[in-house]
Design a protein around this ligand. Structure first.
Ligand code: FAD
Length: 369
């Protein structure tokens, strides 16, 4: 067991929660500070596909985290279910991509990476997914892609943390800045005073750049609004995830179908709009015409922590010893969370990392502010 240290984590999304869980499981004393309620922001709002939407369009840095996480998710979900009775519901349905412009690149990537992605006849896609709309001329399929029911994932992580004696959770606790002392970061400021620790971890999602700005550092993490809608159908209505023209349908085990998503640059505004509702409904009905007869039972927006190339920042901040980042996961924070939080834990505890940490290091990737 590693030397016991006091770690203060800012942000209770999937990244902060899983970082807390990993560190606490390693015997560290953890205080998790969340401005609102745990897991109510992007980590609740996301779709939960356990893959980047177009994995072949990403750098090796994102691919390495995604592959590690994809292998690890089933055991993480099992462990959380066993510990809490809340099942994060890893639902392995596979994913069909229709009418891609870069199908050849996708297939070449799959060969290089050894992924079970292959070209299929559109008629075979219709046989497998009878509710799929017409008019598509090409399809590729990857069999082992899952989705995770992210609202349940954050609920089970919260329950798991509450059961650990070495974890303190403070919700409705807004962190406004950092406490410096002896040439390092030794804590954070909140409305009710300082919270001190040996290490401070910034896992504040889309808001991470604002907080790092208080130290005069420019972290290129920007909010990117995404809206989704939800239908409720029979549990066997849609057997696979399907994706065309940038829009996708995700079936949950109980027949809920999520349709996503928009990509909007609206600052920190996350108001759902009628324009997006109509656009998402049109996409839903094009992908799956039978949804024209179904009712939209939910519509929401969340703020993704956008970062250059979607490569997260994982590691210590140069010039500010004791201050660490685990943020900037953009469109892939749910799929990347297990690997990001394991890599982070390895780095903080000075262990051999699961993968090469260099691409994610904050050094050289922060602006002057
Ligand atoms: C519509 C949509 C669809 C998506 N689909 C997918 C998908 O299919 N697959 C996938 O992998 N990813 C998906 N994502 C992306 C994924 O949801 C995010 O990358 C991920 O949730 C980011 O997690 P996080 O913990 O960094 O951020 P968040 O979940 O936003 O958590 C950050 C937390 O920090 C707190 N905080 C902020 N500032 C402070 C402060 N000053 N003091 C205290 N607390 C603070 C916030 O209140 C928040 O709870 C999607 C996102 C959206 C919006």
């Amino acid at each position: 067991m590693a030397k016991q240290q006091q770690v203060v984590i800012v942000g209770g999304g999937v990244i902060g929660l899983l970082t807390a869980y990993n560190l606490a499981s390693e015997g560290q004393t953890v205080t998790l500070l969340e401005r609102g309620g745990l897991g109510q922001e992007a980590s609740w709002a996301g779709g939960g596909i356990v893959s980047p939407l177009y994995p072949w369009r990403y750098s090796q840095a994102v691919t390495a985290l995604a592959h590690w996480s994809q292998d690890f998710y089933p055991q993480l979900a099992q462990r959380l279910f066993a510990a809490t009775g809340v099942d994060p519901e890893v639902h392995t349905t596979g994913l069909y991509w229709l009418d891609l412009d870069d199908e050849a690149q996708a297939l070449a990537w799959a060969v290089r990476e050894g992924r079970p992605l292959s070209k299929v006849d559109v008629s075979a896609a219709h046989d497998a997914v009878p509710v799929l709309g017409g008019g598509y001329s090409q399809a590729i399929y990857m069999a082992n892609v899952a989705n995770i029911r992210n609202p349940r994932l954050v609920k089970s992580l919260k329950a798991a943390l509450l059961a650990l004696p070495n974890v303190t959770i403070r919700e409705q606790c807004d962190v406004s800045g950092f406490v410096l002392g002896g040439g390092r970061v030794v804590g954070v400021n909140t409305a009710t005073g300082h919270v001190l620790g040996d290490h401070v971890v910034l896992a504040a999602g889309a808001w991470s750049g604002q907080l790092l700005g208080t130290l005069g550092l420019g972290l290129p993490v920007e909010p990117v609004k995404g809206q989704m809608i939800l239908y409720k159908c029979a549990s066997d209505f849609l057997s696979s995830m399907v994706l065309a023209k940038g829009r996708y349908a995700i079936p949950r085990r109980d027949g809920h179908i999520l349709i996503g998503s928009t990509l909007e640059h609206e600052g920190f505004d996350k108001t759902p709009t009628d324009t997006a509702l109509e656009s998402l409904k049109a996409s839903a009905q094009e992908l799956i015409p039978a949804l024209a007869d179904a009712e939209v039972v939910g519509h929401w927006a969340g703020l993704r922590p956008g970062s250059p190339e979607g490569i997260p920042f994982i590691g210590e901040v140069p010039g500010f010893r004791g201050l660490w980042l685990n943020c900037g996961h953009y469109r892939n924070g749910l799929v990347l969370a297990p690997a990001s939080c394991q890599l982070f834990t390895d780095l903080l505890l000075a262990r051999a990392p699961i993968i090469d940490p260099v691409p994610y290091a904050p050094a050289g990737r922060l602006n002057a502010g």
